[in-house]
Design a binder for this molecule. Structure first.
Ligand code: FAD
Ligand code: NAD
Length: 484
């Protein structure tokens, strides 16, 4: 998108009573990829989300240490919508309830500044639920109160602040050695890609910057990654799992596998470790920073919608959808991304392909409806213009042919491009599908591939430029260790 192109000021959102209200919940991967490809002039499009920007999550772990600044991976939804042909309405609000009977959504402005009107209802003819997921805690005591998550920009900012707070507090006058060890022990729970990437970034921050600025703690900083399963990164091949574990060993990150966290307090993590003989032992680890990355849980609004639809009663992990992403048991609700259960992993790749599919589907539906209207009008005129019958019949036939072609929409099909993860010390792992085959690779070259792949996937040129500048800045001057 160019910097200077402005939308015409007359281009205001005016709901057209002849068009359907298409409401989209969310401004994440699924929703934005739908919006990007949707012909907005076919519908009255309304977007509702408490977050007025799109977040490029793959680079979120880099924001926790300042390798990338948070605004570089945010794209304002206003800027995305401004470039659409027909105006789109955006409400900064959380959808709190979907009523599929009355076809309305209750929305609530839960931001700090509230106007006299802050709770209302929006009605829909077509609804796309793309609200993502929340953090899974499995009801483990103390997790919500004491740990940081890593899903949103605010989480990354909180982690960045806490890392430096731990470091500064550890160097406070007369701090005991036990307290220094506790404060500088950074524990990451969950060995999926979020936990692994964060642990790698954290160790980089320490090795490349903190060590230099605060040399007195250079042998006391420690990162531990705890994973309940026998290995980290279960979605990668065995070779890349081994490579990641070996790299972590070199980086001095401790990996504790077959260890499940059972309880968290403000200063300790209690975990149950299973030894090679199957014997279970309880370990209590003092920590300064705890980052909880154990995957996804269903959002309350999605759970509530599921409870209203009998066909969803056996679905546990989100809204079960059919091959056209229609929520099972409904006719006019679609779901994409992490809140939808379509048989794929909850990834940005899946969400964005689903969003793009829905855009094609809705564009086609609008086109076929328009042709159906034309056929209807032509059929009516057959009676009014008896002299022209042959021509009109020919035109109808042509339209019907076009309609059959358009209506032949194939179901959603996901194309897996591969999995990529950064593992620290300028190394990455990649399981990539290429030329109908698969190849698994890890190391420095893969890291360059990781960087260029993520750069090309950034939302806008502005994002790309900012991310490159951040990478250059942190390389040249070191990461900024000031605590905001
Ligand atoms: P999201 O992108 O989470 O968007 C949900 C949207 O809904 C948000 O705008 C939110 O504000 C809004 N919302 C929430 N509640 C409501 C409500 N009640 N009403 C209205 N709106 C609401 N995947 C990859 O494929 N590759 C990666 O490298 C990768 N890296 C990741 C790194 C991290 C740190 C994380 C956390 C995830 C990563 N993922 C990656 C996974 C990927 O981010 C998700 O699968 C993806 O964001 C899902 O898209 P979504 O649209 O379903 O949800
Ligand atoms: P995840 O679900 O992939 O991994 C969570 C891990 O936490 C699991 O391995 C689980 O065994 C472990 N765990 C659960 N409870 C535990 C406990 N009590 N103690 C110790 N370990 C426990 O979660 P994620 O890493 O947040 O990823 C979520 C989704 O986002 C996934 O689909 C992932 O593929 C995607 N993602 C992809 C990338 C990437 O491609 N680079 C990066 C981040 C996230």
């Amino acid at each position: 998108y160019g910097v200077y192109d402005q939308k015409h000021p007359d281009d205001q959102f005016e709901p057209d009573p002849t068009k359907k209200n298409l409401v989209i919940l969310g401004t994440g991967w699924g929703a934005v990829s739908l919006l990007k490809k949707l012909d907005t002039e076919n519908y009255n499009v309304i977007v509702i989300s408490p977050r007025n920007y799109f977040l490029f999550t793959p680079l979120l772990p880099s924001c926790t240490t300042g390798t990338v600044e948070h605004r570089s991976i945010m794209e304002p939804i206003r800027s995305i919508l401004r470039h659409k042909k027909a105006a789109v309405k955006y409400y900064e609000a959380e959808a709190t309830k979907i009523d599929p009977e009355r076809k309305v959504i209750a929305i609530d402005d839960n931001s700090d500044i509230k106007g006299a009107s802050n709770k209302t209802e929006v009605s829909y003819d077509m609804l796309v639920v793309s609200v993502g997921a929340e953090n899974a805690t499995f009801g483990i005591p103390g997790v919500k109160e004491h740990s940081c998550f890593l899903k949103e920009i605010g989480d990354a900012q909180q982690i960045r602040k806490k890392i430096m707070d731990c470091v500064e507090t550890a160097t406070f006058k007369d701090q005991s050695p036990e307290e220094v060890a506790r404060l500088l022990h950074m524990v990451v729970v969950g060995g999926g890609p979020t936990g692994v990437e964060f642990a790698g970034e954290l160790q980089d921050f320490f090795d490349e910057d903190i060590k230099k600025w605060v040399p007195e703690i250079s042998d006391k900083f420690k990162v531990t990654l705890i994973e309940a399963l026998p290995n980290v990164l279960p979605m990668f091949s065995k070779q890349l799992i081994d490579y990641t574990e070996a790299t972590f060993k070199e980086e001095k990150i401790t990996i504790m596998t077959k260890t499940a966290v059972k309880k968290v307090t403000d200063k300790t993590v209690e975990a149950e470790a299973t030894g090679p003989d199957g014997k279970k032992t309880i370990q209590i680890m003092p920590y300064g920073l705890l980052v909880w990355a154990t995957g996804n849980a269903v959002r309350p609004i999605v759970r509530d919608l599921m409870s209203q639809i009998p066909a969803q009663k056996d679905s546990r992990r989100g809204l079960a959808v059919n091959e056209y992403l229609v929520v099972q048991g409904t006719k006019d609700i679609w779901a994409t991304g992490d809140c939808a259960v379509a048989g794929y992993a909850p990834t940005a790749q899946v969400a964005s392909q689903e969003g793009a599919f829905l855009a094609r589907l809705f564009n086609t539906m609008a086109k076929s409806e328009a042709i159906e209207h034309q056929i209807h009008d032509l059929s009516s005129s057959l009676n009014l213009q008896p002299g022209n019958t042959a021509d009109i019949a020919k035109e109808i036939e042509a339209h019907e042919k076009q309609l059959r072609r358009i209506k032949d929409i194939k179901p959603f099909h996901y194309t897996h491009q591969g999995s990529l993860a950064y593992i620290g010390s300028e190394r990455a792992v990649a399981d990539v599908s290429w030329l109908n085959g698969n190849f698994a690779t890890g190391g420095g070259l893969t890291y360059l591939f990781w960087r260029s792949a993520y750069l090309s996937m950034c939302f806008s040129t502005r994002n790309r430029v900012l991310v490159v500048l951040d990478w250059l800045k942190s390389k040249a001057f070191g990461r900024d260790v000031s605590r905001e």
